[in-house]
Design a protein around this ligand. Structure first.
Ligand SMILES: [Zn+2]
Length: 397
């Protein structure tokens, strides 16, 4: 039986079982290349209220050659730029303040900080992504963030004024070690900004496709606050964001001057949504099952009519959705994606080829299934030309 990554209690309460599936970001380089599958099931820890995967894969297996580059989505680039602009106005930085980003990816966010004013460092565990960041002139250490790395940074660079950890918390196989490492590197002067997709939204809007092996935990403010009780850190402000189908940005400090009302409001909202209750979990897994049926009916119906169905967006989310739907998803002729590194590869578990979106005009699909529903409008605008041959968009969100 699986145990909780935070408090070691046995995990007995299941939210959803998505079967045994491949690691979503492990694209195949060749057709029919063998790929391993692993159980994908989310549990709730009764004691500490942490939603988490039962089976935790070694992060070295998952993140070594990570295909995801933040810079491929214009929505995220804008989000990052706005964040940096806002923060430069709000925080009273002084010259040469140290700004640290954990999981800095290809430098998409840090590149927005003025290098003449700040000392900037990114930590990025994926080797190939870290190389890209460095080539863009973003100072990067190719490491996993843990206690050893926290001590190393403190010694080499000093204490940061600001720590940014956007969309990394769920990727951490041991959340306690992550906060312990933050506790080591942060001083009473440090402000920490953390963004994570909210499990409240995942449950409320049935975003089961955001569940995959790379996401070890599914977080809420109340659970993070519970984990923080062990440390000297406190959440003092909460912001709601539209990224990843609804995220929270929480602000943490060791010595907050003021606790904003937004903290209490989010706690109340999480209680009102009953996110830890049995009935809500049952409805969630039932709705996921219904979406799978809807997708499979669509495929069967259109294949009978000899329609060409393709999909857009070979991100982990889409791959998770397709694998959960099962072998019939193979009838999708191809998946289009702008990321050059993904083009020519195949979707693990289903062997669907990933193509450059330029090919859409040649293949003229009757349907384009939009897999990353969070970027739906952006994609519809970009591909509006499919209407010229009667092509239609469809999504199952
Ligand atoms: Zn627990």
């Amino acid at each position: 039986m699986y145990t909780c990554q935070n408090c070691s209690k046995k995990l007995k309460i299941s939210l959803i079982n998505m079967g045994s599936v491949p690691v979503a970001n492990h694209l195949l380089l060749k057709k029919d290349q063998s790929c391993k599958t692993y159980p994908l099931e989310v549990f709730l820890c009764k004691k500490c209220k942490l939603y988490q995967l039962g089976k935790r894969l070694n992060p070295k297996i998952i993140f070594n050659n990570y295909f995801y580059h933040s810079s491929y989505s214009s929505t995220f680039l804008e989000h990052a730029k706005k964040f940096v602009n806002d923060i430069c106005k709000k925080l009273d930085f002084t010259k040469n303040n140290f700004i640290l980003e954990i999981a800095s990816n290809d430098g998409y966010l840090l590149k927005n900080f003025d290098k003449k004013k700040f000392k900037v460092l990114g930590i990025e565990p994926s080797t190939n992504v870290a190389i890209i960041a460095k080539s863009l002139g973003v100072n990067t250490e190719n490491k996993f963030f843990n206690i050893g790395t926290a001590k190393f940074i403190k010694k080499k660079y000093g204490n940061p004024k600001l720590i940014i950890a956007n969309n990394v918390l769920a990727h951490v196989p041991n959340i306690k070690v992550f906060f312990k490492s933050l506790d080591i590197i942060a001083t009473s002067e440090t402000i920490i900004s953390i963004e994570f997709p909210s499990v409240k939204n995942l449950i409320k809007f049935n975003q089961f496709d955001t569940i995959y092996h790379e996401h070890y935990t599914y977080l809420s403010l109340s659970t993070v606050e519970k984990i923080l009780e062990e440390f000297t850190m406190k959440v003092f402000k909460v912001e709601k964001l539209r990224t990843h189908g609804g995220s929270l940005r929480i602000w943490i400090s060791k010595t907050p001057k003021k606790i904003y009302n937004s903290v209490l409001n989010e706690r109340i909202s999480e209680t009102n949504e009953k996110i830890f209750e049995t009935n809500v979990r049952k409805i969630f897994s039932k709705n996921a099952e219904n979406k799978r049926k809807k997708f499979l009916n669509f495929i069967e119906e259109k294949i009978k009519l000899n329609k060409i169905i393709s999909a857009y967006g070979a991100a982990a989310k889409g791959i998770s959705f397709l694998n959960y739907c099962g072998p019939k998803a193979k009838y999708i002729s191809s998946v289009f994606d702008k990321n050059k590194m993904k083009q020519g590869c195949f979707i693990p578990g289903l062997n669907i080829k990933i193509l450059d979106p330029i090919e859409i005009k040649k293949l003229k699909p009757d349907y384009v299934v939009i897999l990353p529903w969070n970027l739906k409008n952006e994609i519809k605008n970009e591909l509006e030309f499919i209407k010229s041959w009667g092509g239609k968009f469809i999504s199952f969100d």
